[in-house]
Design a protein around this ligand. Structure first.
Ligand code: URP
Ligand code: ZN
Ligand code: ZN
Length: 457
C-alpha cells in the first residue's frame, strides 16, 4: 500500500515548505518536490497544511474514578481523537493500592488491546510505593517500554502518595532512566477546604473551584520540583493551570533544573466564570479547576517562552447522568471533561489564527515535544523519512461549529458548545492508512497499536 500526498504545505516543529510525501506501508519513505512515483492512492493537499499526527499524552479512557468509569473507552476515545487529528494518546494505568503495578497493567491491556483505533501508550500511575512496587519499576521500563511514572499529590485515600513515597519512587525511576510526572495540587489543603465549604452549607459546583485556590497548585508544583531536583529525576508536571504553578517551573529553571510542564487546552481557553452557572457548571468540574484570565495570559506566555512544552487535554469525560451524582454535593461530581477531539482544532483556531503561537510552535506543543519527552521520537512527532506516516491534512480556512450533536466523543455535552472554529482536520493518516477522511472513519478498531517508548532524554 502506498500513498502520495502532493503539493501540501508541510509543517514540522522546525520547517515550513511545500513538497510531496511518499508513504510506503507504514512509513514515510520519500519527501521532495514533484515526486515522480506511482502510488496506490494520490491525495492533492494543495492549500492544505500537512502536519505530524497529534500526540495527546494526557487522557483517561475507561478510567475507574469516583465510583464510575470515564465515558470514553479505547474504541470511542481513540476514534474521536483521530477525528480531531490526534493519532496517538498516552493513557494512565492506575495501580490499585495493595496490588501490584503489573496487575494494573494487565487490566489496562485488557481494556485497550484489540479495541483501539489510534495508537496508544501508557504512563504507570503509582498509588502505593513499597518494596514490592519498587521491584517492578525496572521491568516496567525495560521490558514494557513504559518509561513515565505518574504520581498524585491529591485524592487522599485512592490515588495520593505522600512525600516519602514520592522520593522513594523518584530514586528508583532515576536508576533506570525513567521520568516522574505529577498531578501537583496539595491534596490535604484541598480536603480541608472541601470539608469547610460543605460544613458552611456550600454544595454547588462553584465550591469545587473555591476549594482549589491557586496556592494549592503552586505549593505542590514547587514541592514536587524540589523533590525531583534532590532525586535528580526528570520531572513533568501535568495539567498545569495557573500562573503560580508556572512561576514555580520558572524558578526551577533558574537553578538550571531540567523540568517539563504541560497545560491543557481548557486552561488556555476557558475560565472560572463558567462556575457561575448553577449545577450546569458541573460540566467544567475538573481538577485543577478552570482559573482566571490572568492565568490564561500566563500560560500562553509560558508556551511562548518554552516553559510549557505540551498542550494536552486531560480528556476524562463523564456523561451528564454521571455528573448528576454530585447534584447535591460538588465533591461527588466526577472530576473531568471531554476534549480529546477538540484540542488541535481549538489550538489552531484560538492560538495560531489569533497570533498567540506560530505554526511551528503549534506542531511542537501538539506533537513533537510529547514524542521527544516521552521517548517515541522520531517514529512519532514529525514528518521525516523513516518516521511513521502519522499525518494530518488540515484545511486552515474551513469554518465549523463545535457541538455535542456532531462530535464523536461519548459524552452528551460539550464544554465548547457552539464555539465557532476555523480550521479542520480533513484527512488523518495513521501508520500509512487513511484513518479519517471527510468525516468518516476508514480503519477498523484494533488497528491502533501499543507504542513502546525509550528512555534517555
Ligand atoms: O479532573 C480531572 N483532571 N480528572 C481526571 C483525573 C486527573 O486528576 O487528572
Ligand atoms: Zn490530575
Ligand atoms: Zn488526568
Amino acid at each position: 500500500m502506498s500513498i502520495l500526498i502532493k503539493n501540501g504545505r508541510i509543517i514540522t516543529a522546525a520547517d515550513d515548505y511545500i513538497a510531496d510525501i511518499f508513504i510506503e506501508n507504514e512509513t514515510i519513505t520519500t519527501i521532495g518536490k514533484n515526486l515522480q512515483v506511482t502510488a496506490d492512492q494520490v491525495i492533492d493537499a494543495k492549500n492544505k497544511l500537512v502536519m505530524p499526527g497529534g500526540i495527546d499524552p494526557h487522557v483517561h479512557l475507561d478510567m475507574p474514578f469516583m465510583g464510575t468509569f470515564s465515558s470514553d473507552n479505547y474504541e470511542t476515545g481513540t476514534r474521536a481523537a483521530l477525528f480531531g487529528g490526534t493519532t496517538m494518546v498516552i493513557d494512565f494505568v492506575i495501580q490499585t493500592k495493595g496490588k501490584s503495578l503489573f496487575s494494573a497493567l494487565n487490566e489496562w491491556k485488557g481494556r485497550a488491546e484489540g479495541n483501539a483505533f489510534g495508537d496508544y501508550s501508557f504512563h504507570m500511575s503509582v498509588t502505593d510505593f513499597n518494596e514490592d512496587t519498587k521491584a517492578e519499576i525496572k521491568e516496567i521500563i525495560g521490558k514494557e517500554g513504559i518509561t513515565s511514572f505518574k504520581t498524585f499529590m491529591a485524592y487522599r485515600g485512592s490515588l495520593m502518595i505522600d512525600d516519602r513515597q514520592m522520593v522513594g519512587l523518584m530514586n528508583e525511576v532515576k536508576r533506570y532512566g525513567g521520568m516522574v510526572t505529577v498531578h501537583a495540587t496539595n491534596g490535604d489543603m484541598i480536603d480541608y477546604l472541601v470539608a469547610k465549604n460543605k460544613s458552611e452549607g456550600n454544595y454547588a459546583p462553584l465550591y469545587h473551584y473555591l476549594s482549589q485556590p491557586e496556592i494549592t497548585e503552586a505549593e505542590a508544583t514547587g514541592r514536587f520540583a524540589d523533590m525531583a531536583q534532590y532525586s535528580e529525576v526528570i520531572p513533568y508536571v501535568v495539567h498545569m493551570s495557573c500562573e503560580g504553578a508556572l512561576n514555580q517551573i520558572r524558578e526551577a529553571t533558574k537553578r538550571n533544573q531540567k523540568i517539563f510542564a504541560e497545560t491543557c487546552i481548557q486552561y488556555l481557553l476557558l475560565d472560572a466564570s463558567l462556575y457561575d452557572k448553577g449545577f450546569e457548571s458541573a460540566k467544567w468540574v475538573m481538577s485543577p479547576p478552570l482559573r482566571e484570565k490572568k492565568d490564561q495570559t500566563a500560560l500562553w506566555a509560558g508556551i511562548d517562552q518554552g516553559l510549557i512544552q505540551v498542550v494536552a487535554t486531560d480528556h476524562c469525560p463523564f456523561t451528564w447522568e454521571q455528573k448528576k451524582a454530585g447534584e447535591n454535593d460538588f465533591s461527588k461530581i466526577p472530576n473531568g471533561a471531554p476534549g480529546i477531539e477538540n484540542r488541535m482544532e481549538l489550538l489552531f483556531s484560538e492560538g495560531v489564527l489569533k497570533d498567540k503561537i506560530s505554526l511551528n510552535k503549534f506542531v511542537e506543543v501538539t506533537s513533537t515535544n510529547a514524542a521527544k519527552i516521552f521517548g517515541a521520537y522520531p517514529a512519532k512527532g514529525t514528518i521525516a523519512i523513516g518516521s511513521d506516516a502519522d499525518i494530518v491534512i488540515f484545511d486552515p480556512g474551513e469554518k465549523h461549529i463545535l457541538s455535542a450533536k456532531t462530535h464523536h466523543m461519548n459524552c452528551d455535552y460539550s464544554g465548547y458548545e457552539g464555539w465557532k472554529v476555523t480550521g479542520k482536520c480533513k484527512t488523518v493518516i495513521l501508520r500509512g492508512k487513511i484513518a479519517v477522511d471527510n468525516n468518516e472513519v476508514h480503519i477498523e478498531k484494533g488497528y491502533g497499536k501499543f507504542i513502546k517508548r525509550k528512555t534517555g532524554l
